[in-house]
Design a protein. Sequence first.
Length: 158
Amino acid sequence: MQKITPFLWFDTQAEEAVAFYLSVFKDGKIITTTHYPENGPRPAGTVMTIAFELQGEQFVALNGGPGFPFTNAVSLVVNCESQEEIDHYWEKLAADGGEQIQCDWLKDKFGLPWQIVPRQVWDWLRGEDPARVQRVTAALWQMEKLDLAELERAAKGD
């Protein structure tokens, strides 16, 4: 078991959300499902939690009820190897009512914030070359879905 596991609070959509995430990411699976008992805060027998795995990372989805929507204060980052991977995750996660936001951010149809990022961006934004950091940051702020080729040009100073 991993030491830290993101716990995602949904109103009543935990099952739908997990099915959606498993359709987007390869190598995902449901680990366990728990149900509300008699005299619980939700109807007995309804799904309480679903522990699941995406790309080797574990999560728990809770049908906790209304009152605690997701915010941009916490997001899930997907580090991508190619533009094709960026395109795949961006298009799938933003589909069916998701919201595209500036600078690699989006919210999926459940309101969960994601960042779809080429893994190279972390190297480019280190402070070793302040001019490169400035160019890449400026390029990032001009985009919604990230364009890897454009970011590579900015990193090189082209």
